[in-house]
Design a protein around this ligand. Structure first.
Ligand code: NAG
Ligand code: NAG
Ligand code: NAG
Length: 428
């Protein structure tokens, strides 16, 4: 800036001297114009080059350069990936570093590393939006931001029973003093790292995750179909555009049943697996639920073949799934991760959500819905039930009048344990 001001002063001085010699002659104006065209472009070039040098100088001395954290590819289900991503962000925050934008995985293979289909974070979530929403909390960087690709230290996270959360945290605190431009954490995927952060920190990261438009538009289409179905199933006179819907995340597929029976044995509880009968009965008994209403059943594709999940619901409840809605094609065009992300959006936006408290998918949907409630000033959604916007319920837990139990995330919880591994503690 200073440079340009000086240049302009010179010009004016020159001009003033000339004008005193040949007062107000046309000649002067022409000369001034010529000088301007000759000098200004050069002075601009000069200025840019100088600022650049100034930048470099500053980063070498005094002002600290941005430092980065690199994490392994993020894998498994959508919600495990979200938790892993948040854990990587919170690690970066602890180290006062920018997280290098990680790769997510488009497919759900657990073992075959070559089939994990890495997909860049910014293909799924909005990069700039993330940084603007999370400003002052955590930031994402790109590999092109790096100055020196060799200035990197690789850190192996410990493993096994003796690698306690305390040791893990000690390691992180020691890394705070590392001056390398990049710290690369090798080995385990971040979902398996120890957890050191309260639920509210995770919630803050999740809040900054906004789907790219291409995929949120797909969710818009599905939601529009559901609401349209709702308007049609009401009497014509009552039909309105904003027909409400209930989303039920039904986990009754074979894989889940085997998994949840094992969980029940290990935890010595009987509340994890809900049969289809239990789910339909509890949902039909939600106190205060306004009928008629559409039920969107978010189920595994395997269950779409068997039409029986559409039967057995109470009067005034009109169940639909992807097939009946005619939206299978919308999902089919996308890999696993995106299909899951679309279903997640549909559940998030539902007027009422009912899920299983042992499912990470359900737990994260409820977390985000609870966050919206808190923002509207609701402190505890439990007693309020249907009298509040964004109510959620757990069908695997018995509530009043044979309905499901109201469910709201406890943001004061000191760890994400309950959410990432399932729990019957739903703070209601
Ligand atoms: C964190 O890093 C920034 C530069 O990236 C620096 O300005 C700031 O002082 C650091 N904060 C701490 C607490 O070290
Ligand atoms: C890059 O980092 C390496 C390792 O710290 C260092 O030896 C090298 O001098 C650095 N190069 C530049 C251009 O700063
Ligand atoms: C399982 O829980 C029941 C009561 O809920 C208790 O009576 C029983 O002893 C427990 N079994 C084990 C192995 O802990």
């Amino acid at each position: 800036m200073d440079l340009i001001v000086t240049k302009l002063k010179h010009l004016r001085f020159f001009g003033v001297r000339l004008s005193s010699l040949l007062s107000k002659s046309l000649f002067l104006i022409v000369t001034a114009l010529i000088i301007r065209t000759l000098f200004l472009p050069e002075s601009f070039r000069f200025r840019t080059r100088n600022l650049h040098e100034f930048d470099l100088l500053q980063s070498k001395s005094g002002n600290p350069r941005t430092r980065f954290l690199e994490v392994p590819q993020i894998v498994w289900g959508l919600n495990n990936q979200k938790i892993a991503f948040a854990r990587a962000c919170l690690t970066a925050r602890l180290l006062n570093r920018t997280l290098l934008m990680p790769s997510l995985s488009a497919s759900l293979f657990y073992k075959e590393i070559d089939q994990l289909q890495p997909i860049s974070f910014d293909k799924v979530f909005q990069f700039d939006k993330f940084n603007s929403l999370c400003k002052g909390f955590v930031q994402l960087g790109r590999y092109s931001d790096l100055h020196n690709h060799s200035d990197i230290v690789t850190v192996q996270k410990g493993s096994g029973r003796r690698w306690t959360p305390e040791r893990d945290l000690d390691q992180l605190h020691n890394l705070k003093h590392d001056e390398s431009e990049t710290i690369r954490v090798a080995g385990k995927n971040p979902f398996l790292w120890h957890d050191h952060w309260p639920v509210k920190d995770y919630a803050q990261v999740f809040e900054c995750l906004v789907l790219v438009e291409e995929f949120s538009n797909e969710a818009d289409k599905v939601v529009a179909k559901i609401r349209e179905f709702g308007s049609k199933s009401k009497s014509k006179s009552k039909s309105n555009i904003d027909s409400p819907y209930v989303a039920v995340h039904m986990r009754i597929e074979k894989d889940w049943m085997i998994h949840c029976k094992k969980l029940q044995q290990r935890a010595n509880v009987s509340e994890i697996c809900s049969s289809k009968n239990e789910i339909t009965t509890r949902v039909s008994n939600i106190p205060g639920l306004k009928t008629p209403t559409v039920l969107y059943l978010a189920v595994a594709d395997a269950l779409l073949e068997d039409g029986s999940i559409l039967n057995g619901w109470g009067p005034g409840l009109h169940p639909v799934e992807k097939k009946k809605l005619g939206v299978v094609e919308i999902y089919k065009n996308h890999p696993y991760l995106i299909q899951s992300a679309i279903d997640y959006e549909v559940c998030l936006r539902a007027d009422v959500f009912v899920g299983n408290s042992y499912s990470t998918f359900s737990s994260l949907v409820v977390l985000e819905r609870s966050q919206k409630m808190v923002k509207m000033g609701v402190k505890r959604g439990c007693e309020i039930g249907m009298n509040v916007k964004w109510p959620s319920f757990a069908y695997n837990l018995k509530g009043e009048f044979g309905g499901p139990r109201p469910w709201m995330t406890d943001f004061l919880d000191s760890s994400l344990q309950a959410i990432s591994y399932g729990s019957n503690n739903i703070s209601c």
